[in-house]
Design a protein around this ligand. Structure first.
Ligand code: NAI
Length: 344
């Protein structure tokens, strides 16, 4: 019997993961996030399952180890909230590298179309029988230049979608795909030439605040910035200034640097303490969704299936733990080592 402590649970998690509860798998669903304050509930569990905003830092990892937990299963692709170095030799970390890159790429395009065709404004107007078109003028995507930062799974699908709109696609990636037909340019050139910029690279020390005052200065007036990746890729104050100065034409944000305490919960009855977020949301040319890009039926099914397979591969002592993140060999998604030759 595998006993899994499941954190930051929402109704859709209970629905999809609930199907896997059996004689072999017991799941305790907790609504709260995993952090040092909530860790006590992990006692008597064999594994923990976490999402993007749970805090799996060194302190938490040491406690997990003390409580006998030897595996953390991320039910997401990004793992910047896990201290892999601290986990090394203590706790195995698995993730879901690709559950539906289409879900995220399609959401990025949904945000872009909503923004530039003012669908969010039009929807509110017609609900009140206001059929005026004043202020709703948009622009065509056809012929516009889109700059894609990060040409991994999601970035490449987003590029294909853009090509379907007959856009001119340029891209930057720190690790460009050799021999591909992707039109790679330098990051500066991408900032200078793009009418629309979409971020699809991971959050790392290097990518932190890649959209900042300096980079915004290099951009075209009226640029549309889309972020479905991680909030901290953007310096929010710099973005706000860019919007206020009319340099940035619009922002489409599915992620936000300080989203941990706000996103995924109904805060409608509360005063929003985060002034930056409140200011962003108040702007007519900013669309914020609360880390929703992954949320499709297909993605949820894939996430649940892969997470359970990852856990089973560990508990069934399979020669290779599926989708393990390896700190030591650095081969994050393709660690070749077998269990018997493991780094741990
Ligand atoms: P991926 O690993 O397939 O692609 C990431 C790409 O970024 C790679 O090509 C890599 O070479 C590139 N990269 C790495 N460092 C870079 C740098 N310094 N500058 C430019 N490019 C760099 O990842 P995938 O699946 O395409 O996901 C991209 C990001 O999307 C994830 O890191 C995650 O943060 C985010 N995401 C957001 C979701 C949401 O619901 N909003 C859901 C899933 C992922």
């Amino acid at each position: 019997m595998i006993r899994i402590a499941f954190f930051d649970t929402r109704s859709y998690d209970r629905e999809t993961f609930g199907k896997y509860i059996s004689d072999d798998i017991e799941i305790s669903f907790f609504e709260g996030k995993l952090n040092i304050k909530t860790i006590e509930v992990v006692r008597n569990h064999d594994a923990v399952c976490v999402f993007v905003n749970d805090e799996v830092n060194e302190e938490v990892i040491n406690k997990l180890y003390e409580y006998g937990v030897r595996i953390v299963a991320l039910r997401c692709a990004g793992y910047n909230n896990v201290d892999l170095k601290a986990a090394f030799k203590k706790v195995h970390v698995v993730h879901v590298p690709a559950y539906s890159p289409y879900a995220v790429a399609e959401h990025a395009m949904a945000l872009l179309l909503t923004s530039i065709r003012r669908i969010h404004k039009a929807y509110n107007r017609t609900r009140e029988f206001n059929f005026s078109l004043d202020g709703l003028t948009g622009f065509n995507l056809e012929g516009k230049t889109v700059g894609v930062v990060g040409t991994g799974k999601i970035g490449r699908i987003f590029m294909d979608i853009c090509k379907g709109f007959k856009m001119n696609v340029i891209a930057y990636d720190k690790y460009p795909i050799e021999g591909s037909d992707i039109n790679y340019v330098s990051l500066d050139e991408l900032f200078e030439k793009s009418d629309i910029i979409s971020l699809h690279c991971p959050f790392t020390e290097e990518t932190k605040h890649m959209i900042n005052t300096e980079s915004i200065k290099k951009m075209k007036k009226g640029v549309v910035i889309i972020n479905t990746s991680r909030g901290a890729l953007i310096d929010t104050e710099a973005l706000l200034n860019g919007l206020k100065e009319r340099k940035v034409g619009a922002a489409c944000l599915d992620v936000y640097e300080e989203e941990e305490d706000v996103f995924f919960t109904d805060r409608s009855g509360h005063i929003l303490d985060d002034d930056l977020l409140a200011r962003l949301i108040s702007m007519p040319n900013v669309i914020v969704t609360s880390h929703q890009a992954f949320l499709t039926r297909e993605a949820l099914e894939n996430i649940a299936q892969t997470t359970i397979e990852n856990l089973k591969s560990f508990f069934n002592n399979e020669p290779q733990i599926k989708n393990e993140l390896c700190y030591k060999c650095g081969e994050i998604n393709n660690c070749k080592r077998k269990r018997k030759e493991k780094c741990f």
